[in-house]
Design a protein around this ligand. Structure first.
Ligand code: ADP
Ligand code: MG
Length: 327
């Protein structure tokens, strides 16, 4: 099981940013309203995600770390088999297998909870009482301390932090009702309040995507064919390097997809201008039965059953919105 965890870890835990992604997603799954992310040295020394969600009961703490610690794989030869397995239920176990991890949680408001600590392959976790408000904290220290090959692949602290910040940015965009804070080396970089009104949403968007984007962004909200497409389109006055400001979420999940980018590019080209990278933050809410998102858990792939329909929906939606603002 330990070997399996370490192999799976290689797939799921690519770098500090992937750890933070898994931890924040767990926090969101637990119904958190507030998520605090603390980072030291790009996440390589320490990263901590704390939430105010449902918490984990004392008896379930070891399970959370060992869940699906599969016995299916006994040899490194089986590596290929691992790649085909889903990673559901394996994130915490994988992270624990390549770090010094402390999981602390409380399910009530007594201010008391329980804590369990692991050290890489040493998964013999001891549960101890700990002070903790309702919710969960996961602290990951010395990531890859026991996998030097992986450790060598890490870039500079600044690069790792940039990846990490991008993960927080995406998750903050899809969870406007949740407050987020991000601290790096004791400096508070982000403090996002929950957004419940349009004005608050714009303030939050400004924090996440920059004031220049918001100043040149046109809102869009349309329904067609049982789907809803909403968000903001960057107008040509938005002059910063735009290629990196392209966010498309399908049912709350960030995707990169040829059908999507083609439809977007086409709409921009037909209405506004040619040859530039459009900037956008868009959310498509669509019948989950028509889209397959489980192509790979760590990649941003998606497969639309009816891709022509989706292409049309996006193209028409953007065309109409952009036509409104055409100079
Ligand atoms: P998965 O999320 O796919 O179930 P994980 O390994 O990420 O697998 O987490 C294992 C389990 O630990 C979760 O199913 C959940 O029960 C529990 N858990 C992990 N993180 C949290 C959290 N922040 N709050 C509450 N429960 C959590
Ligand atoms: Mg998870």
């Amino acid at each position: 099981a330990r070997l399996a965890n370490q192999i799976a870890a290689g797939e799921v835990v690519e770098r500090p940013a992937s750890v933070v992604k898994e931890l924040i997603e767990n926090a969101l799954d637990a119904g958190a309203r507030a998520i605090d992310v603390h980072i030291e040295q790009g996440g390589l020394a320490c990263l901590r995600v704390r939430d105010d969600g449902d918490g984990i009961a004392q008896d379930d703490l070891p399970l959370a770390l060992a869940r699906h610690a599969t016995s299916k794989i006994h040899h490194v030869d089986d590596l290929e088999a691992v790649a085909t397995l889903g990673f559901r239920g394996e994130a915490l176990a994988s992270i624990a297998s390549v770090s010094r991890l402390t999981l602390t949680s409380s399910t009530d408001t007594t201010g008391l909870g329980w804590s369990v600590r692991t050290e890489g392959r040493d998964m013999s976790a001891v549960i101890e009482p700990a002070r903790h408000p309702r919710g969960t904290s996961v602290e990951v220290r010395d990531l890859f301390f026991n996998t030097p090959a992986r450790r060598k692949f890490m870039r500079t602290e600044a690069t790792e932090f940039r990846h990490l910040e991008e993960v927080v940015r995406r998750l903050a965009l899809v969870s406007p009702q949740v407050s987020f804070s991000l601290t790096h080396n004791a400096r508070v970089l982000w403090q996002l309040k929950p957004a419940t009104s349009e004005a608050e949403m714009l303030r939050r968007l400004s924090h996440i995507c920059g004031p220049q984007f918001v100043a040149a962004a046109h809102p869009l909200d349309q329904e067609a064919a049982g789907a809803r497409l909403h968000g903001w389109l960057g107008l040509p006055t938005f002059s910063r390097a735009q290629a990196d400001l392209q966010y498309f979420f399908v049912n709350g999940r960030m995707v990169r997809d040829k059908v999507v980018s083609h439809a977007v590019r086409q709409a921009y080209a037909d209405v506004l201008y040619h040859g530039r990278h459009p900037a956008f933050v868009l959310f498509l809410d669509i019948d989950p039965g028509t889209v397959d998102v489980n192509v790979h858990p760590t990649k941003h792939e998606v497969r639309f059953r009816e891709h022509r329909l989706v292409h049309d929906l996006i193209y028409r939606g953007l065309h109409r919105a952009l036509a409104e603002v055409r100079p």
